[in-house]
Every structure is written in C-alpha cells, then in structure tokens.
Design a protein around this ligand. Structure first.
Ligand code: FAD
Ligand code: NAP
Length: 452
C-alpha cells in the first residue's frame, strides 16, 4: 500500500521532529526547506550565541546530548552539531528538499463556505551577526529582549569604552545570570507537578480551581523570594533595570532570558549605555529619544525588535480567508487546538508556534501528537468542542501571559498540556518513577522518550 505523504515546511528543530515522528508512524514525509541546510534559526546566530536552556531541557526526547558536551549552556556550534546528529541518527536528510521555499499554502477540495459549515475537522481524519568585520562605529540597539542584550554585549566587546554602544529599551525584562536560586533549579519552582497546583489551568475542575486560588499567595511569595535573589546578585537596582512585573509573570509569559556574561560590568565600565525611551525618531546624526532633549550619535542602528510570529503565520497562506482566520482576532490568543490545529483550516498542523521554556521540548511533543493523529491513534473532537477548548486556553493565556498573550506561552503549565496530549494518544501521562519524583522533579523532554 502506498504510504501517505506528509508535507512539512521548514527543517528547523520543529520540522525535523515532525519528520521523525511522521516516519515513526509509517508516513512518507517531504520537508521543504528554504535554506540550504537544516537547523533554522541556529544557522544564523551571533558568534556569542549559546543555548539559554540547559541541555537537559533543550533536547529531543529520543536523543541525549553527547557525553563530551559537558557545558550546561553549549555554544550555537554545538547546538548545530546536536541537531545534525539527530537528523543523521534518524536518517532525515533524504526527506528534505533544500532551497525549496514554500511560497503559499492553499486548500483545494472545498470552498470557504463548505469549510465554515463543517462540524468536524476535515482532512486526514476523514480518511482516517555572524559578521566578523569589526566596525568601530557608533552603534545603537533598540529592544530589550535576548537578542538586544547579546548584540549590545558583542558590540561592547569589540568597541570598548572608546565607542560605547547605546541600548534603547522600553520595557525592563528579567534577564538572569543563571537558572537556579541558592542552588535550587528554577524548574523545582515552576516546572514540576506541585508547582502547577499554584496556577489556574485551562479546563480545570473545581478542586484545581480551589487549590490554585488558595495557593496563589504562595506563588506570589515564591516569586518575591526569587526576585530578591536576583536583585542581590545582579546590579539591576543600580542601573534602574528592575522589571515592573513579577518573576512568576516572566516565567509564565516566556520572558525569561539569560544575561550575556559580564553584561553589567560593561555597563559599569561605560562600554554599554542604557537608555529608557518608549519611542524614538531618527535625525541626521542618529537617534532622538522620546524626551527630545538628546541626540544619540549613531552610525548604525540595530532594531533587535523581535519578530511577529502571527504575521509570519498569516503570510504563508495564499487564500485571504485563511490569512484572516489563522491567527484569530487581535485581542485574543492564536486559536490552535492543542496548540497546533486550527479547527477551520483542514489538513494542516502548525508545530512550534506556541512558546515554552524550551521551544524544542514543546515542538517535539506536538510533532509526536500530530504523528499519532495521522496514524489513527485518536480522532479529533467536533469543531465546537475544539473551539471550546481553544477558548479555555485563550482565557489562560490572557490571564497569565498579559500583553504577550499572542506568543501563546505554555511554559508553566507544560505538564498539564503534555498530560492532555498523552491522554489523546492513549499513554500514561505520569512519566516518572515514584510519588516524590512525580510531584517534585521537574519534567523535561527525556520523560517522554519512546512514545512512538
Ligand atoms: C538566536 C536564537 C537563539 C535561540 N536560543 C534558544 C534557546 O536557547 N532555547 C530555546 O528554547 N529557544 C531558543 N530560541 C528559539 C528557537 O526559535 C527555537 O528553539 C527553535 O530553534 C525554533 O525552531 P523551529 O524549527 O520551530 O523554527 P526555525 O528554526 O525558525 O526553522 C524554520 C525553518 O523553516 C524554513 N522556512 C521558513 N519559511 C519557509 C518556507 N516558506 N518554505 C520553506 N522553508 C521555510 C526556514 O528556512 C527554517 O529553516 C532561539 C532563537 C534564536 C533566534
Ligand atoms: N539562546 C540565545 O542566546 C538567544 C539569542 C537571541 C534570541 N533568543 C530567543 O529568540 C526569541 C526572540 O528574541 P528577540 O530578543 O529577538 O525578540 P523579543 O524577545 O521579541 O524582543 C524584542 C524586543 O524589542 C522590543 N521592541 C519591539 N518593538 C519595538 C518598538 N517598536 N520600539 C521599541 N522596542 C521594541 C520589545 O520591547 P517590549 O518588551 O516592550 O515589547 C522587546 O524588548 C526569544 O525567545 C529569545 O529567548 C535566544
């Protein structure tokens, strides 16, 4: 019998995981990759880019990092080597068509009106700066995400105090020097089952609701203790960089990032200047800040302002109605059932849109779930039920992700999410050995190894 074909767009970690799990289920995948190599964002990084999650968290479930990678946060080269070894181990390269950009995605076979009237989702179910040039110029960087901090540190290392670079930020974020406090990993506060009792969860029952409400002061207290630790250890107060929001909020909205080494030393010595401004404008010499008083001389302005994931998602579709509905309305979260299926867009799964503390972890779980679905392990519920579930998850995101709800961060309820995926595919969601480990040990990719 001819094997069913699955088209996958992109050969970053999400696409590779999707390809591997489709193969596991006996499908015939074709991966279209615009670039000439695998790895996605990891092929175009700054020289200084390192993994900012630990290797225990940023890994595929079925492939541990090699024993000779002993650093907790390996360099981007080592991440690329690891990704390549995954592709080699599971023989994925031969399914990839490099230099093949997908220009648009369209659904043939039914009209928009037909699709809008369906009660069941259709499709398968129906059938069953790497730039070594040293520019000593005046550089201004806009943004305060991980990229902005990394670029500022890299420029400062080259230019020093003679040509300080300026970082213009509008929001202060929790960039921290390590992922533990007093030797205890943050995962013990936010990524184990016990910590999930402290937050409201989508679709939770009465007992969970009561527990989350009763424990919310404890969550607040944990956040305060962690904030105090980081304020003691990083000179945030000295430089006016203490965020206006709590650490717990940062965790649940995926706003935590690792501070480049020696960043505040560079601020102290004057090779990085921090300027707060909500807006800015350009002038012939450089940049003028919101107050209009100061012109910051700039030969180069780098907008480290991130990307709009929802925009990218819309742009890939050809049909206007898909563009219109795929990301939902601007005032709520992107409407994807189990974070991957749009109930009204047939025969297409989106893996890796939602963010988590490590994106690879979330992407691989979704890829595994989609492969099980394709393989017939379970059926999707009616569109009405999917819409209901999406609404519950949107409520969670609006509540815990605040103004960043469009990023669909599920980090602090990733166990709750993975439990649902496990229930769908018919495997035991409790992945640890023993009561204590189950409740207190942080969950990670290795807990889901071997779910074929
Ligand atoms: C510098 C940097 C460092 C990061 N570090 C971390 C980290 O430490 N920890 C963490 O959890 N996350 C990190 N991230 C987030 C990172 O995005 C994810 O971890 C993960 O690598 C994303 O993989 P992906 O496959 O979903 O997307 P991508 O890596 O973006 O891959 C998408 C692929 O699709 C291809 N493609 C896109 N459009 C088309 C098209 N139309 N046709 C064909 N091919 C197409 C692209 O060429 C690309 O190869 C980092 C991101 C950046 C930018
Ligand atoms: N492993 C690594 O070393 C590494 C390196 C780089 C990136 N990453 C990851 O890659 C992802 C993207 O990171 P990123 O830093 O590129 O993007 P980002 O997290 O989206 O941050 C963008 C920054 O730009 C600011 N900004 C956006 N529009 C602006 C505007 N019009 N005016 C002024 N400021 C504006 C934002 O401000 P507001 O906060 O006010 O919105 C934010 O500070 C993250 O998940 C990050 O963790 C990882």
């Amino acid at each position: 019998m001819e094997r069913k074909r699955v088209g996958i767009v992109g050969a970053g970690v999400s696409g590779l995981a999707a390809c591997k799990h489709a193969l596991d289920k006996g499908f015939s995948p074709v991966v279209f990759e615009a670039d000439e190599s695998i790895g996605g964002v990891w092929t175009h990084t700054l020289e200084s880019t390192r993994l900012q999650a630990t290797t225990r968290a940023y890994r595929f479930s079925d492939l541990a990092w090699p024993a000779n990678v002993t650093e907790k946060y390996p360099s981007h080269c080592k991440v690329m080597d690891y990704i390549k070894s995954y592709a080699c181990k599971f023989d994925l390269l031969r399914y990839i068509r490099f230099n093949s950009q997908v220009l648009g995605v369209e659904y043939f076979g039914a009209t928009e009106e037909d699709i809008m009237s369906w009660e069941l989702w259709s499709g398968w179910q129906r059938d069953s700066i790497r730039n070594r040039e040293r520019w000593r110029k005046h550089v201004t960087i806009v943004g305060s995400g991980k990229s902005a901090f990394d670029i500022a540190a890299e420029v400062a290392r080259v230019n020093g105090t003679s040509q300080p670079c300026t970082m213009i930020y509008r929001t202060k974020h929790w960039l921290v020097h390590k992922a533990s406090v007093w030797g205890v990993e943050l995962g013990y506060f936010y990524l184990n089952r016990i910590s999930q009792l402290l937050v409201h969860k989508p679709g939770e029952g009465f007992l969970h609701y009561i527990l989350a409400t009763a424990f919310s002061p404890l969550r607040w207290a944990i956040s305060k203790v962690i904030e105090t630790y980081f304020k003691w250890n990083i000179p945030l107060q000295k430089h006016g960089m203490v965020p206006d929001y709590s650490f717990s909020y940062a965790m649940s909205a995926c706003l935590i990032a690792m501070l480049p080494e020696g960043f505040y030393d560079m601020v102290d010595e004057g090779s990085i200047i921090l300027k707060k401004s909500k807006t800015f404008s350009f002038c012939d010499k450089g940049i003028i800040l919101q107050d209009g008083n100061e012109c910051i001389k700039s030969d180069i302005v780098i907008l480290a302002t991130g990307f709009r994931g929802d925009q990218k998602l819309r742009d890939i579709f050809t049909a206007n109605w898909c563009k219109r509905i795929v990301t939902g309305s601007p005032d709520t979260a992107v409407p994807l059932y189990r974070e991957c299926i749009h109930p009204r867009i047939p025969q297409l799964a989106i893996v890796g849109y939602s963010e988590s503390l490590t994106d690879l972890y979330a992407s691989e779980r979704m890829a595994n779930w989609v492969a099980h679905f394709l393989g017939g392990s379970f059926q999707l519920p009616s569109i009405r039920c999917m819409d209901k579930s999406i609404a519950e998850w949107a409520k969670y995101k609006n509540r815990y992700n605040g103004e960043y709800y469009r990023r669909s961060c599920i980090s602090t309820i990733n166990i709750w999410f993975n439990d649902l995926l496990c229930q769908d595919i018919g495997c035991n969601p409790k992945r640890k050995n023993g009561f204590l480990a189950e409740w207190f040990q942080p969950y990670g990719p290795a807990d889901y190894a071997g779910l074929y």
